[in-house]
Design a binder for this molecule. Structure first.
Ligand code: ZN
Length: 492
């Protein structure tokens, strides 16, 4: 019986619900019957709920989505009515009235809201002044069926049955835990001060050489700040410490010696040795040498402008060139032989020596020369080379002139300042102006002029001899000299 009753109740309930839903009774829609909307419609991105407070939400969709924070600033439930009383449904007339017993039942079905709870999730993804509804609360709904049994007008039994149609969806509110104000420390290098350069001069280095003695370093300030951040954005900074590092000057050493120098130099180059030229001079005595021109080597005088770099020659330019030709040395060699006197004839009868002097130089009659006893017609030669200055034949000179006594005679002048006389010749072979060599025949012996004894027709060769004289120039005139002092003494 009871079983049937229950079954009947279920049927009715189902029918009621169906008719309720089908009839779309507006009255209930606002109360309880509304099907929960999908959470996605209210949610945007929300990726992390792991740190949230345990959620009692029964909505699976809420775990992967979150509402925007500004959409529902508070956890106020939607305007779904908390009311339950207004959800009494009219009940159709009893279907199981028993006319005979007078017992009947009256069934009242009421939809009641099940209020949602609010749960809080704490997230360090949001600042502590931020909160938002991640999941909107939705009331649940239950159907309360009240069956009242009457016997007549008397209530004999009341039974109540409740069935949850759907559970409420808890409201989830996310509360940020991230600090709005945070602090940090920053150490910054700032206020850079450029270093200066100092120079040190070095006279031992070249002026294009520079050496870094000390590297420069910029100065700077190291400051420590305490920084206040609001929601990650710096809003204030306060200087805590500050340390100044002064700049370190750069020190450069610079040479002062000129890297490039120039010099002009003159050099004698390409020397050509002089040659010696010999000349022969017959007026100089044999064996005499005289340097008449001094020999000089030839050379080229080059003037260069030389450029040096760091003391090393790097280029030279010819500025001036003068060629000095060699000057040959000239030496004169004398070829003149010291001529000696020979004899005025060859004494063939005596083998060339042991001349027969018949009258000597000087004496009581002041003999001007020397007489040689010779054969008539002997060749008479010049005792030395020279030039014929007088040449007379017998009779050319009148007897009033004392020279007539010489008869035919020849006078030769020699370069050594002497003259030689050859007198009483039978004939002469040279004339004035002739040059004669030593030993050259100038005539033949005879007895012309005054001889003693004088020739006679019976003795035409009487008085034949050679009168020979040497006269020496004394600076103003020729003076007779003793021939024996000049002629070779070949035993005469
Ligand atoms: Zn004489």
């Amino acid at each position: 019986m009871k079983h049937d009753q229950n079954a009947s109740l279920r049927r009715r309930k189902k029918g009621i619900l169906m008719s309720f839903l089908a009839a779309a009774a507006v009255l209930y829609l606002t109360a309880c019957a509304e099907v929960p909307e999908p959470m996605e419609t209210r949610a945007t991105t929300f990726s992390d709920t792991s740190t949230a407070a345990p959620s009692e939400s029964q909505s699976d969709g809420a775990q992967t989505t979150a509402p925007q924070t500004t959409e529902e600033p508070n956890g106020e439930p939607a305007d779904t009515a908390q009311t339950t009383a207004d959800s009494v449904h009219p009940v159709p007339p009893p279907d199981d009235a028993d006319e005979e017993t007078g017992i009947h039942t009256e069934t009242t079905e009421t939809l009641e809201s099940i209020p949602y709870d609010t749960v809080y999730e704490y997230s360090d993804q949001y600042y502590e002044d931020e909160r938002f509804v991640r999941v909107s609360g939705i009331d649940g709904c239950r159907l309360v069926t009240l069956v009242t049994t009457y016997q007549g007008d008397k209530v004999t039994d009341v039974s109540e049955h409740t069935e949850v149609l759907y559970q409420p969806t808890n409201e989830v509110i996310v509360i940020g835990t991230k600090k709005v104000i945070t602090y940090g420390t920053a150490i910054v290098t700032e206020n850079e001060v450029p270093f200066e350069t100092e120079y040190v001069y070095d006279e031992n280095a070249y002026d294009d050489e520079r050496t870094t003695v000390q590297a420069g370093q910029n100065g700077y300030t190291t400051s420590e700040y305490r920084i206040t951040y609001e929601k990650g954005v710096e809003v204030a900074r306060e200087l805590v410490t500050s340390e100044v590092t002064p700049p370190v000057p750069e020190i450069l050493r610079i040479g002062t010696k000129p890297a490039y120098t120039e010099e002009q130099v003159t050099r004698e180059e390409n020397v050509v040795s002089y040659e010696t030229v010999y000349e022969y001079d017959s007026t100089l005595e044999e064996g005499v040498q005289q340097v008449i021109v001094e020999g000089k080597d030839g050379y080229t005088e080059n003037t260069y402008r030389i450029t040096y770099y760091h003391g090393e020659e790097i280029s030279r330019e010819l500025v001036e060139r003068t060629v000095h030709e060699p000057q040959n040395e000239v030496i004169v060699i004398g070829t003149k032989k010291e001529e000696t006197f020979g004899m005025p004839y060859v004494d063939a009868a005596h083998g060339g020596y042991d001349y027969n002097v018949t009258q000597d130089f000087g004496g009581s009659n002041n003999h001007g020369g020397i007489d040689f006893g010779v054969w008539y017609g002997e060749p008479i030669v010049s005792v030395m080379s020279g030039t014929v200055v007088y040449a007379y034949d017998e009779g050319d000179i009148p007897t009033s002139d004392l020279r007539w006594t010489y008869g035919t005679y020849v006078v030769v002048e020699h370069e050594n300042g002497t003259r030689t006389y050859y007198a009483h010749l039978s004939s002469r072979t040279v004339s004035v102006g002739d040059t004669v060599e030593k030993g050259e025949i100038v005539g033949y012996s005879g007895n012309t002029g005054r001889v003693s004894p004088a020739p006679t027709p019976s003795n035409p060769l009487a008085g034949t001899h050679l009168h020979f004289e040497i006269r020496v120039w004394n600076g103003s005139t020729y003076v007779k000299a003793d021939p024996k002092d000049y002629l070779p003494r070949w035993n005469y």
